[in-house]
Design a protein around this ligand. Sequence first.
Ligand code: CO8
Length: 259
Amino acid sequence: MSDQEPVVWEKRADGVAIVRIARPEALNALNLATRKALAEAFAALQDDAGVRCIVLTGDDAAFAAGADLKEFVESDTVEIMKRRTERYWATIARTPQPVIAAIRGYALGGGLELAMTCDILIVGEGAQLGQPEVRVGIMPGAGGTQRLTRAVGKFHAMRLCLTGKPISGCEAYEIGLASLVVPDAEVMETALKMAQGIAKLPPLAVASVKEAILHGESASLESGLALERKAFQLLFATEDRREGMTAFIEKRKPKFTGS
Ligand code: CO8
């Protein structure tokens, strides 16, 4: 386990890494140091072939309650532009391994935007997800008007961003902002179990699925289908493809090597 604060991460023997935001005194509000530490953690994990799936989480009270307003209050436009903080979330969004956000408590503003850079969202029933920026005179600045709209459509995105009111984990699931909703106490267990399952799968196939879905999101249907087809064809060059199919035919468990 690394000892960097305010983000701690551990790599486990089962191929799952857990990244935890650890600023409980501020409901995991994302100050600059936290955002930078998150990007550094993901950059390190991306290069580790032993990491097959990543779980990003906070604590029982909050995934993250947004950008740190105490740090924002005296900021001006030029300073905000010069920070180029978009690079931190971009690092996370470009992670080739699947990233599961395990959300308990608040996921607000930049916290929800961070969650939306992940691939699978597992939320607790009592979680509070929202884009409250408008209530403090700003607006979402890292995906809240874009990724959110792609996930839930114009009318839910408008409601969330224009009222600033949070929704529960149950409602997030109903509108397509979460992959699963579970009792709060089961969020981490569910996320870890799913991550362990993904970690056992052939990593080149897993990474190709992720790439095709993400790139296809902003492509035309024709381009997306072509990208999918090429990725599908490429996977026939992998040893794991042969092993997976042979193991099925021989009625045994496959041994995937990542090649
Ligand atoms: N920033 C800084 N500190 C915070 C934040 C925050 N976003 N949220 C909570 N805290 C701190 C509080 O100040 C308090 O600290 P202290 O005890 O020292 O005063 C501590 O956390 C506990 O908070 P509360 O006492 O307020 O706890 P409550 O249970 O009463 O309320 C809420 C919880 C409802 C979550 C409330 O704290 C709240 O409304 N927080 C602000 C939520 C918010 O507006 N978030 C959006 C911020 S703007 C944003 O995210 C823009 C993103 C742009 C892109 C940047 C990418 C990162």
